[in-house]
Design a protein around this ligand. Structure first.
Ligand SMILES: Nc1ncnc2c1ncn2[C@@H]1O[C@H](COP(=O)(O)OP(=O)(O)O)[C@@H](O)[C@H]1O
Ligand SMILES: [Mg+2]
Length: 402
């Protein structure tokens, strides 16, 4: 923590609505003793439960406020930016902090101490004091509202996402069943041909032997294909149901998921290409097979639906590479329709879809975003231009700790 002694013009405080009711002299006094503190992204300003004696004014940057409440996970209560304040409850009482505050963009704060504030309040006129308390109570009410709404919408969302996950799985079951039909059909035909050939009371010629060998080879290939599909399906579906952390070959896991969607994509005239740029020694991932495949399935389904709609056909590239020593970079690139600037800002929002009329729920990318940033501790970036195509870039740690 870098602390600097004062340097600021008291007018800066006028930018904070919190100080609206303060007199110039009071602001002078605050600024003359307040300390300026600079913190970097991901630094924790204070933690829930710590004793509180200061409030913070954001001069620059932004923060995230998270609350842990017992049985629930962490709830992101708010994001605050320049000229907003937090920790103001400390001005009222020395209770433990109600939330944890983390810097999300390199920040500078002005830190105001409880003792100072009390001195100022003590020296104030009653109507000024009332004003200060009314600002404080407004802030608290707003914070409570935010938390309530946040909890409610998060619960709703979790339930919806669970439904969507089941739906994706059901769709996959249907798809795989359909896919297995094809090799089984081929095998069936090959068996009939062989049966006919062998039943006919004619001498075995080299030609007939060759025909039978060919049928056998066809059967072998198709049994293998069906076997592979069932195997991949088993791995992918089981891993999606249990969400267990595992150490495995990330390239193989990607390939297995791709195998499952390849046939569906082919029907829509979409070529899928896997570019595996990882050295063999870099393929071992300690992560979540099921999440990875859910992410891929969602992104690839979108390519089929939105990048190349109505069987227009095209190419999609799935690439795995190292971002740096500690991270993988997984990219899914299409050269299709693209996404407008306006929609780009919204596609990760739950329930945002341009495909409602054909069954879109708008949860696919919300799930992807959630899995990447929470379960996989990663990041997802989007690059898209209308008419040119879309790139989803996912950066995930090679070892997910926790
Ligand atoms: N590869 C893509 N190309 C063009 N648009 C896309 C692509 N992927 C997603 N989108 C857009 O993002 C929206 C949200 O996607 P998603 O969250 O998966 O919901 P849904 O698939 O139910 O519409 C889609 O409705 C579509 O407009
Ligand atoms: Mg989708």
């Amino acid at each position: 923590m870098v602390t600097k002694k004062r340097i600021l013009n008291p007018d800066i405080l006028r930018k904070f609505s919190f100080f609206a009711s303060f007199s110039n002299e009071q602001l002078e006094e605050i600024i003359s003793v307040a300390q300026k503190v600079a913190l970097k992204t991901n630094d924790v300003v204070f933690r829930q439960g710590e004793l509180s004696e200061t409030m913070y004014l954001i001069l620059k940057g932004s923060v995230r406020i998270d609350r842990e409440n017992g049985e629930e996970k962490t709830i992101n209560v708010a994001r605050l930016n320049q000229y907003e304040v937090f920790g103001e409850l400390a001005m009222l009482s020395k209770e433990p902090r109600q939330a944890t505050v983390t810097v999300t963009k390199d920040a500078e704060f002005l830190v105001i101490d409880r003792a100072l504030m009390l001195d100022i309040i003590r020296a104030s006129k009653p109507e000024e004091i009332i004003e200060v308390f009314s600002v404080l109570s407004d802030q608290m009410r707003a914070a409570n509202d935010r938390e309530f709404k946040e909890t409610l919408s998060r619960r709703t969302l979790e339930a919806q996402m669970e439904v969507e996950k089941q739906r994706a799985l059901t769709q996959m079951v249907a798809g795989v069943a359909h896919e297995i039909n094809t090799p089984l059909g081929v095998i069936n035909t090959a068996v009939s041909i062989m049966a006919r050939e062998l039943a006919a009371p004619v001498e075995m010629t080299t030609q007939r032997a060759a025909d039978i060998a060919e049928s056998l080879e066809l059967m072998r290939r198709n049994v293998e294909r069906a076997h592979l599909l069932v195997q991949d399906f088993k791995k992918v579906s089981v891993s999606q149901l249990v969400d267990e952390k595992d150490t495995f070959n990330i390239s193989e896991a990607i390939q297995e998921t791709m195998d499952l969607v390849i046939a569906t994509l082919k029907r829509s005239q979409i070529q899928i290409e896997f570019q595996d740029k990882l050295a063999p020694s870099a393929k071992t991932w300690t992560g979540y097979r099921g999440f990875l495949s859910q992410i891929l399935i969602n992104l690839l389904t979108n390519v089929e639906r939105y990048a190349y709609p109505k069987g227009a056909g095209g190419t999609v590239e799935v690439k795995i590479d190292l971002e740096d020593n500690k991270h993988y970079r997984l990219t899914v690139t299409d050269y299709g329709k693209g996404i407008s600037k306006e929609n780009q800002a919204r596609i990760f929002e739950p329930f945002f879809t341009t495909g409602r009329s054909f069954g879109g729920t708008g949860l696919g990318l919300a799930i992807v975003h959630n899995l990447v940033t929470n379960a996989l501790s990663g990041e997802i970036r989007l690059k898209s231009e209308e008419g040119k195509g879309t790139v989803f870039e996912i950066i995930i740690p090679r070892i997910i700790s926790e």
